[in-house]
Each structure stands twice: as C-alpha cells, then as structure tokens.
Design a protein around this ligand. Structure first.
Ligand code: ZN
Length: 461
C-alpha cells in the first residue's frame, strides 16, 4: 500500500489512482529566464522520486511538466515585468532566452538522472487553450474584465483557501498598497487571467489576439489549461515546491474547478525548501547556486541527488559545502562497494520488503538509504544477491549503480597491459617492479588485490 501526505487534506492517505494501474502526474516546471538553482532542482528530484516509486509499484505514469515562457511576472502580485522579457528587446531575444535556459534545465535533469517527463508543453504554445478556459470562466460568472485585464473573481469561489488551510485575513494579503491598483479590480486578491497590452504592458513583446483585445496570459492559467489538455479535468496528483502553494497552486485550483465544475488534482505533494548555509537562496544574497557551480567545484551531480535523498522531502534541507562533501564521500564509498559485486543473482527478499515499505511510507528516503547501507554491510548474503537487490533499489534511488558496476568491470586496455606486466614481474619474483606497476595501476584509477585465487582488480572511487 502506497501512502502519501496529501497537502490538500493535510493527512497521510492511501494513494488510489483514478484508472487502475495508471497515474496522471502534473509537475510545475521552470520559468526559463535563468538557470535553475539547486533549490528548484531539489523539487525536481522529489517529483522524479515520486514517479519512480509509482513505477516501482507497477503503475504506468504519464507526467506533464510545463515550461513557463510567458506571463510569469517578477512579483506574485500580478505586477512587475514579465520575467522572460526583462532582458529582451525583440521576440527573437525572448525565444533565444527561452531556448538557452530550457536546454540548460534539460541538461540538469539528465545530470541528476531525472526521468524525462512524458510531455513538456510550453505556455506560449498553448495560448488558445488558455483563452478557451478564460472564456469559460467569464461565461460562468467567475471572471470579469477591466480596461487593463481579465480577472478571476475570488469571491465566487468560496473554497479558495482550501489548499493553504488558512483564513485569507490572516494571510495579510492586502499589503500591496505601494502598487498602483487597477480601479476596476473588485478585490485586491483577485488575480489576472489575461493582461491587455495597454498601459504598463503596452510594450509587451509576446502578444496574442483574444476576445479581449491583444494581450498575454497570466502565469497561473497555463497550468490549469495544460493539465486539462493532457491529463483531463480531474487527475491523480500534482507536485510543486512549497513556495508555489500560494498563490500559484491555489489559483490553479480556483480556475480549474470553477471552469470544469469538477475536482482538480486528487493529491498534492509539496517539496520543502532547500536552505543555503541556513539562509534563503537568492541572487541578492550571493548564494545562487546552480548545478554547474557544483560540477565546477569537482562534485558529481549525483552527489547532490544523494544529499537530497538523505532528507525527507517534507523537511527543510540545509545545504552546506560540508554536507555535499559528505554526500560525495558516501556516494564514492557506495560506488566502491558496488564495483566489487559479482554477477547479480537471486536477491534478498527481506531487504526488498523493508525497502518497499519505506518508500511507500510517504517516500521515506532517509530510511530507504539506511536499508541500502545495511544491505551492503550484511554478511548474510553473497555479493551476487546483494547486487540483485541493490540494483532493484536503484530503480527508485536513481544513483546509476548498475551503470557504475558495469563500467567497473570493463578494464581499459592500457590498465590491463600494466596488470599483465605486473603478473610477469611477480612470476620472475621482481617485487620492486611489481610494486611500481601496482602504483601505476592505482594512478590510472584502479585497485589491485592479490587473493588466493589470483588478482582482483576494481575501479577506484
Ligand atoms: Zn504550475
């Protein structure tokens, strides 16, 4: 039984899909105006972990992750510049920026061994679907237009705060006095569905024709329109970073449930923050860390994945260089152990059962990692059985252990030549030369053990 903490109900619930054996999963994707930072990537690892756990439980997963390339403003309060257009002068610029950072994001996913989402729709290519949903909201009386924009009328959706579970008054939502308000906006909490290219957005580069004149969609409507198109009105599960819970995810629910008259996502999973040396990550604080920063410092991207797995997704994770180094060391040790494994055979049933129970208990990866190390250290099973079970675990953990094992078995020609020369030296009892050759082999990244059955060679991590 797979149990997950549903942020919508704030309880641990048994996961039950709408269609047997299938899962529809929607993940809020990146706004491609800059590199993803490692906090964003932690959320992506959580979504990947969830997907892998579904697959481990034999579900077929359809995962949609949007690419935001229009409408995400620099402030959540529907104000400021469009993030995509901050450094752009022409449509060509916007497209080039989007392409550059989408590519970088996809490279990050690959480096972290995150499975590719089934479909990654772009907001700018789904404007017709967004317009259609806004029209439906207007027709049903959930939206209204002013000279500047089309707004969602929050007063028409009494369950607006159900995801945040807080009274709206407690949230200090009216504290935006410094912003010049549209006089026709009924309520400060109403949010934009469609911006008209007038006034402050007169020069907006990306623009489309609509029943309300030329303009561009607000940020939140894209996720409602695209999940609707690819997963249907009601789907199984939605994931995002916790900072998106309000207003973004809250607004997604309001739009979709009002337009469709049906529940939106049955389950919500929110990943907690990654803190950088105890603080919030931000460019101004000078601690905006990307995956490339880690790679440039000599870390394996999978060491970051390992670090993320050592904490539960609902706990804050404090990133420090020391903690990353510890994760890198653990991963090196793991790879070292793996490279000495024999051909996988049979498996260790009790360990497999414990592991399944851990990941099915709201994705308890710290426990799963502990079980993995217990397996590696146990003397109860031969290495072939451990290998079989460990590679199974790695379908969830995604640390590329089988790949490491296979690579470690392939000894490069030049290293094999040194090994053969050393065997020759040992036969003629030239121990000085034999020792020297062993050092050379080690320098080339391999460890040689002499056993009663002859030598054993393995890759050094
Ligand atoms: Zn979203």
């Amino acid at each position: 039984m797979l149990k997950l903490f549903n942020s919508l109900t704030r309880t641990i619930e048994e996961f039950k899909p709408i269609k047997p054996d299938q899962v529809g999963l929607y993940t809020c994707g990146p706004t491609v105006y800059n590199y993803a930072h490692i906090g964003n990537l932690r959320t992506m690892i959580m979504s990947d972990l969830l997907r892998r756990v579904f697959e481990y439980n034999a579900y077929e997963v359809k995962q949609i992750m949007n690419i935001t390339d229009v409408g995400h403003l620099t402030s959540d309060a529907d104000t400021g510049e469009d993030k995509m257009e901050k450094n752009a002068k022409t449509k060509q610029d916007v497209l080039a920026i989007a392409e550059k950072y989408t590519k970088s994001f996809l490279n990050d996913l690959k480096a972290l061994n995150i499975e590719s989402p089934t479909i990654m729709p772009k907001a700018s290519e789904h404007v017709a679907e967004q317009i259609e949903m806004i029209e439906s909201l207007i027709n049903k009386g959930f939206a209204y237009q002013s000279d500047e924009a089309v707004y969602f009328d929050v007063s028409k959706f009494p369950e607006y705060n159900k995801l945040i579970g807080q009274n709206l008054d407690e949230m200090k939502l009216g504290a935006r006095q410094e912003v010049v308000q549209d006089p026709k906006k009924k309520n400060p909490i109403d949010f934009v569905l469609w911006f008209k290219t007038v006034g402050r957005y007169e020069n907006h580069i990306l623009r489309w024709d609509s029943p309300w004149g030329t303009g561009f969609p607000g940020w939140h409507i894209e996720c409602s329109a695209m999940s609707n198109k690819y997963l249907g009105m009601t789907f199984d599960i939605h994931t995002a970073g916790i900072d998106l819970k309000f207003p973004h995810n809250t607004n997604e629910i309001a739009q979709s449930e009002s337009a469709n008259g049906k529940p939106f996502a049955n389950f919500w999973l929110h990943g907690e923050h990654l803190l950088i040396q105890d603080g919030r990550m931000g460019k101004s604080e000078g601690n905006f860390i990307t995956l490339q920063t880690l790679i440039d410092k000599g870390f394996n991207p999978l060491a970051f994945r390992y670090l993320v797995l050592t904490s539960h997704y609902r706990s804050k994770l404090n990133f420090t260089w020391e903690s990353l180094q510890a994760a890198q060391n653990a991963l090196n040790n793991l790879n070292q152990e793996v490279s000495s494994f024999d051909e996988p055979r049979v498996g260790c049933a009790q360990f497999e059962q414990d592991f399944l129970q851990a990941v099915n208990n709201d994705l308890d990866t710290p426990k799963a990692i502990a079980i993995m190390w217990d397996l590696i250290k146990t003397d109860e099973f031969p290495a072939s059985a451990k290998a079989q079970t460990l590679f199974k675990f790695d379908q969830v953990l995604g640390l590329k252990l089988e790949e490491t094992w296979k690579k470690s078995k392939a000894i490069p020609k030049e290293v094999q030549k040194l090994v053969d020369e050393r065997e020759e030296a040992r036969k003629t009892k030239d121990f000085a030369k034999s020792d020297e050759l062993r050092k050379e082999i080690e320098t080339a990244g391999y460890l040689l053990d002499d056993t009663l059955d002859g030598y054993k060679i393995k890759k050094k991590f």
